[in-house]
Design a protein around this ligand. Structure first.
Ligand code: PXL
Length: 299
């Protein structure tokens, strides 16, 4: 072997992902690893569940045994320094507890939690017990929680018959449960544009002058971004957005800037999306590489 291996190659930011496998390559761990690679990170992958699905529907979800989840994570964490954690589909209450315990050993590493409760086409992916465990054990350790509006309401509503609270009060509750930031995405809302709202600690200048209200109003709407609504239905858009946030946070960006840039990345990936089967579109996480290749072809 030649001695040309580059011992000094810089180590990219590392993100450890807990997620389920989606054989269609649209969502899940496959989406996460593509997104992380596209944004310059190295992904570590702890599989939490297997699924059987295509671009149209989810037929089965089989959680991995919690002891296996623990062993997968512990061994890579002993070996490598991680810059961010990202959690997607969890699969069982036991997996929620196990992941919560592992994460609690690394309190300084930011955690991006995408509370996957349903697939892009609405197929269920979490039971009431799993939701309860996520509220109790994971949300208090979360840096950025990324529910869509339907998930935000389900995470907050204790009773299915309860009247649905407005999204702002869902965000307030989720912050009270201990998430540092909550990004509620608006794809499922009946609005002309897609509006995504980030709630969390306000920068100092947004806090009212008098001391009492400064404490009372120290959290609120940090940023609101409106995007042209794309006509397709997409498989894995939530996974792409949350992984992009994790990649950018792992790169040292502040949460508000990571959330802005991750939305731009995701919107472009969706816009370049393709439809390989009979169901939803799949985002193209390497849209920029194909654009470069096309531009070079033109030149
Ligand atoms: O998009 C949510 C999601 C996350 N993880 C896995 C999935 C899906 C949706 O299908 O299959 C494994």
């Amino acid at each position: 072997m030649s001695s040309s291996s580059n011992l000094a190659a810089p180590i990219p930011p590392i993100v450890l992902v807990f997620a389920g496998s989606d054989p269609s390559g649209g969502a899940g761990i496959q989406a996460d690893l593509l997104t992380l690679a596209s944004l310059g990170c190295h992904g570590l992958s702890v599989i939490t569940a297997l699924t059987v699905q295509d671009t149209e529907r989810v037929s089965a979800v089989d959680p991995i045994d919690a002891a296996w989840v623990e062993d997968q994570a512990r061994q890579v964490l002993e070996d490598m320094r991680v810059d961010a954690f990202k959690i997607g589909l969890i699969g069982s209450v036991e997996n929620v507890s196990t992941i919560a315990e592992i994460i609690s050993d690394y309190p300084d590493i930011p955690l991006i939690l995408d509370p996957v409760l349903a697939a892009g086409n609405g197929d269920e992916m979490a039971t009431r017990d799993i939701i309860e465990a996520i509220r109790e054990l994971l949300i208090p350790q979360t840096t950025v929680l990324t529910p869509n509006s339907l998930e935000a309401r389900r995470l907050v509503a204790r009773d299915i018959d309860e009247e649905l609270p407005p999204l702002e009060s869902c965000a307030e509750t989720l912050l009270m449960l201990g998430a540092e930031y909550v990004l509620i995405t608006g794809t499922h809302e009946n609005s002309h544009q897609v509006v995504n709202n980030l709630y969390g600690p306000l920068p100092d200048r947004q806090i009212a002058d008098d001391a009492d209200s400064a404490i009372a109003h120290a959290v609120g709407l940090v940023r609101s971004d409106a995007w042209t609504r794309l006509s397709g239905s997409y498989h894995g858009s939530g996974c792409t957005l949350a992984s992009a946030i994790a990649a950018l946070v792992a790169n040292g960006e502040s949460v508000p800037e990571a959330v802005r840039a991750a939305q731009e990345y995701t919107w472009n990936a969706l816009k370049a999306g393709f439809r390989p089967g009979m169901g939803q579109f799949i985002p193209d996480r390497f849209f920029w590489a194909r654009q470069i290749a096309e531009d070079e072809g033109d030149a």
